[in-house]
Design a protein around this ligand. Structure first.
Ligand SMILES: [Zn+2]
Length: 217
């Protein structure tokens, strides 16, 4: 759209001021709520506005006021210092839902520490806060997840190709699926780790994972 550049300049200045004011006011509100200390560990070096990941919005209630140490370890949980996160013993009982959410997720990431499971056992979050906390998937224990393994123990995924290691009779069909048959683009049967689904001779059949090996073809 052809426009007079002078007009644009006139509008741009107030817009930029508005943006700066918006961020400043958030910092101020967070400092007020937190008494200017890190809402997770209580450090008085807090200076970062942290938007809790997987939040239902980006309002003030979805932000935390945190210190650089907490912030860095939240961003890179693999660098988490077990001693530092003793603070979760207190923060998990905060009245601020965003603090509960981040504490809950961090506790699940640190589950291997001896004091964490006991604390998780007594933690209480209301339904809405719990759903928000779980939105990141940090509470899912990988060991509990259903895994489909081939006859050698390799993990199978949807879309993989497999080779039959045994000739299988196909129920209700006039053919058998011969050993060595390559089945492409398999689908995992969700609630049964021993079964996958794939097409042989154009017919979808259920195959037991113990009779297949993953193929790289
Ligand atoms: Zn902190």
């Amino acid at each position: 759209m052809p426009g007079n550049p002078i007009h644009w300049r006139v509008y741009l200045v107030p817009l930029r001021l508005l943006t700066i004011y918006f961020f400043m006011s958030f910092d101020r509100e967070l400092q007020k709520r937190s008494n200017s200390i890190c809402e997770l560990c209580g450090s008085d070096e807090a200076n970062i506005d942290y938007l809790v990941p997987h939040s239902p919005g980006s309002k003030l209630e979805h932000h935390l006021w945190v210190c650089p140490t907490c912030h860095q370890q939240l961003e890179k949980p693999e660098t988490a210092d077990a001693n530092h996160w003793r603070c979760l013993n207190e923060s998990i009982w905060s009245e601020v839902p965003a603090v509960q959410v981040v504490s809950y997720r961090m506790l699940h990431k640190l589950k291997s520490l001896d004091w964490v499971p006991d604390l998780l056992d007594i933690v209480y979050l209301d339904d809405e806060t719990l759903a928000w906390a779980k939105a990141s998937g940090d509470d899912v224990n990988e060991d509990d997840m259903v895994k489909h393994l081939d006859c050698f123990g390799a993990v199978l995924q949807s879309g993989d190709a497999v080779v039959l290691t045994k000739t299988l009779d196909v129920k209700g069909a006039t053919f058998s699926a011969k050993v060595g048959t390559v089945v492409r683009n398999i689908r995992l049967v969700q609630d049964n780790p021993e079964q996958i689904e794939g097409k042989v001779n154009g017919t979808s059949i259920i195959i037991l994972t113990k009779y297949v090996r993953k193929s790289n073809l």
